[in-house]
Structure formats: C-alpha cells, structure tokens
Design a protein around this ligand. Structure first.
Ligand code: LLP
Length: 428
C-alpha cells in the first residue's frame, strides 16, 4: 500500500496536496511519503517474524540521508555496495553492526573503512576478494565476518539487465568453487565465514526462483557446515516485486511462506536486502509541462524532468504510471483515483523530457488527459532507482527532494544550482 490519493480531483501525498510542494520548491521534485516507507518496513518485518530476520534496506535503491534516517528510526540494517554508501549510513546515524556489504569490486580503502566500522559482514564475490579481505583484516588485527555470495544459476525471469543469479552474470561464486573455498577456509585467518548469500535479480514477481535457489543452497550449507564455517546466517538478498503497471506482485507473506521453511531447516538467522519493495512506492517525481506539440498524428507533452532524473524508462523500457496532479478525470491505477478515468477524453500521448536523446521518453502513445503548459504531472513508483540513478547529463542540476509526514514536510535534499554543476571543476 502507498499513501498517494486523489481527493476532490487533486493528488495528495499523505495529507499534503502535492501542488503545494511543487509551488514551494519548483519542479522537477521528488516527493517521498514517510508513512509508506514505515508501512513497508513493518509489513516485511511482520511477514518474516517466524525467524530471526535482519532487514537490511538496500541503500542503492534510495540513498538520501532523510530516507535512510527513516529506516534508522525503524531499527533497520543496511545493505551497501560501496564506501560511499557506508559513509551515507554513518552520516544518517545507522547502526554499522547491522550493515552487509556486497559488490564484486570492493577496493582496499573501502574494505579498511568497513572493517574499522565493524560491519555485520562482507558478502564476498570471489576467492581473490576473500584473500584480500583476510589480508587487510590481519593487517588491522581484526577478524572480518564474511558470507559467500553464491551463484546458483537460477533464472529470476526479470529484465536481462537486472538478472544477477545466472552463471553468465558477474555476480557470486559457482557452488563447486564455493565448496573448495569452504574446504580451504583455514588458509584465510583474517576472516570468519558465518554466512551464505544470494541475490537473483530485481524485480522477481514470484517466490518460485527463491525456492529454486534455496533447493540448491540449503544442501550445500548442510554439507559444508563445520566449526570453521558455521553458516549461522543465510542472506536471501532483495528482489521483491513492486506494482508498476498491472503485474501480480506477491505479498511479503507469500515470499515469506516460501523462504522461511528453508531457514527453519537450516536453523540459522535470515538476512534480507530489500530496496525496491521498501522505497519504490514511497515516491513520486513531479514535473511541469513546458510545452505541447503535435507532429502529424502524434501528441507530445514536453516536461521539465528527463532521463537524467529518472533513467528507468530509457534504460530498461520500464513503465511508470503518469498522470496530471489536478484533474477532473482521476485514474484507475493502484487506488490513487476516486473514479476510473473516462477513456473517451484521453489522447494517445508521448510524454518526453528535455534531454537531447530520442530515448528520453516517459510514455509512448499512452492514453492520457489533455495537458497544457503549466500543468504538473506525477510520475509514480519512482522511489527506488529514481533519484539514486539521476545524473547531471545535459548539465541539468539534480532535483530537490521532500519528505512528507502527515500534514508536514521537510526538504531532505536541496535543488542543485548551476554553480554546483561546476563546483569541482577547474577551467584552463
Ligand atoms: N542486494 C543486492 C546484492 C543487489 O544487487 C540488489 C539490487 C538488492 C539487494 C536490492 O534489490 P531490490 O530489493 O531493490 O530488488 N536499477 C535497476 C535495479 C538494479 C538492482 C541492483 N541490485 C532498476 O531500476 O530496476
């Protein structure tokens, strides 16, 4: 569930009309709903409560300090993939003993930084990396807790660019090689092997791939568990689905019903790394209509947000629901509208951004209400991999971000200025 609703033909985030925010801060503007983040965290915690489960919010999906602060208040852990993300968690007041660190290319500096902050564990992606972590930990007179990221060669049936658990992907370790690493674990005295982890891809709109992976991983752990490799933690990664268009997204309970029995069989702790399912429906991107035009049959609506703000449609052909924030024709999408849209009044429309790329397109011939210069639109389900993937392409300053809570709101990221664009540069 999310906290966006049309009331009297006007879109609200919780109890705030989003038009008020667009007026106060300008557009493009990211608007987050605190309650939605909290509801999602509570729902996943509840669903997996039959086992000892640490939810590590995946920072890469939505990394603003304000959003991380909401998760810190919920006592969430964090899943990170860089020293920069660890820095964010620390600045947001997060508990580093609840941080798991994944990624295939951790540098020495990043490893040192994470060891010095006593993170929960490294998710190790190769024997080379394991050797390096062990070496650095020994130098620091520390023992680094590690988990082996396994590659079970399972197809999560998602976009090819977000598939991670198949043999041809760069992620994780083949089970046969992982077995050798476990057998040789005493060669690496700087680490303590406490877990196994897997992340298959994102989004995975079925619990079945998790079962398929665990069918391979559970026997592996039971066979290789020892005093030197106690496997006290099983980390099933992220990947839980999000409603974008019309997909049948399983509930957290449905994922839990599949995953929990395997964890009970292992008698170990569970770690999860959800990102999209926590942050995705918490945010919208507001944009103003700059111009409209027709080219033959086609109607174009040009807005002030582009692929530099939200790259998902251009990069993955992703669908994001889009609608004017003030309308007498409220939509029938995921509960936001009060009445189903009157389709006779809709026009096939290409909503596009200002970027000089033909892929800078948010909708292709999608039936939408007529729009004109000065209208504001909301792009929904934009909280995950939205602002975190934004860039300054075409030298557009990054948008501001606002966190709404009930009737109140706070700015959590200022809009960048033109001077910010060149702040670190030196001319000749
Ligand atoms: N854990 C690991 C190791 C990951 O690689 C990811 C996502 C997650 C957890 C979180 O997955 P989630 O719960 O958010 O599905 N930019 C793409 C998604 C890339 C996902 C990268 N890894 C998109 O916009 O769809």
């Amino acid at each position: 569930m999310h906290r966006y609703r049309y009331r009297e033909q006007e879109l609200y985030c919780e109890n705030v009309p989003v038009a008020t925010l667009a007026e106060e801060y300008g557009t493009p503007l990211w608007v987050y709903s605190r309650k939605t983040l909290e509801d999602n965290y509570k729902a996943i915690s509840e669903a997996f409560s039959a086992v000892d489960c640490t939810i590590c919010f995946s920072v890469k999906s939505c990394s603003s300090l304000g959003v991380l602060g909401v998760f810190r208040e919920m006592n969430s852990g964090f899943d990170i993939v860089s020293g920069g993300e660890l820095h964010r968690v620390i600045k947001a007041g997060g508990d580093t003993s609840r941080v798991v660190y994944a990624g295939v290319g951790k540098t020495d500096d990043e490893i040192r930084y994470a060891i010095s902050h006593n993170i929960m564990m490294f998710n190790v992606e190769s024997e080379d990396e394991l050797a390096n972590i062990s070496r650095i930990a020994e130098e620091m007179d520390a023992i680094a807790p590690v988990s082996l990221r396994l590659n079970p060669d399972v197809d999560p049936k998602t976009h090819r660019k977000t598939t991670t658990g198949k043999k041809e992907n760069k992620f994780g370790i083949d089970l046969a090689i992982a077995a050798q690493i476990v057998n040789n674990i005493r060669d690496y005295p700087g680490v303590r092997l406490i877990g196994a982890d897997v992340h298959l891809g994102s989004p995975i709109n079925s619990p079945a791939p998790y079962a398929e992976a665990l069918e391979k991983i559970v026997p592996f752990i039971l066979e290789h568990r020892s005093e030197a490799a106690p496997f006290t933690h099983m980390n099933c990664g992220g990947g839980f689905g999000l409603f974008y268009k019309d997909e049948a997204v399983p509930t957290f309970k449905e994922y839990a019903d599949t995953i929990v029995p395997y964890i009970q069989k292992l008698g170990c702790k569970l770690v999860l790394e959800p990102g999209r399912s926590m942050a995705g429906n918490s945010a919208i991107l507001l944009a103003d209509v700059q111009y409209t035009k027709t080219n033959g049959e086609k109607t174009f609506v040009i807005i002030d947000a582009g692929m530099n703000d939200l790259i998902r449609p251009a990069m993955y052909e992703s669908y994001h629901f889009l609608w004017p924030i003030i309308t007498d024709n409220t939509p029938n999408w995921n509960g936001v509208g009060e009445t189903p849209a009157d389709e006779s009044k809709l026009i096939p429309t290409d909503v596009v951004g200002p970027i000089c790329e033909s892929s800078d397109v948010f909708t292709h011939d999608r039936p939408l209400p007529p729009m004109q210069r000065g209208d504001t639109v909301a792009i929904f389900s934009a909280g995950a991999y939205g602002s975190t993937m934004s860039s300054n392409y075409n030298s557009h300053p990054r948008a501001a971000e606002v966190l709404v809570s009930g009737e109140e709101w706070a700015i959590i990221r200022q809009r960048e200025t033109w001077d910010d664009l060149i702040r670190l540069e030196t001319g000749i």
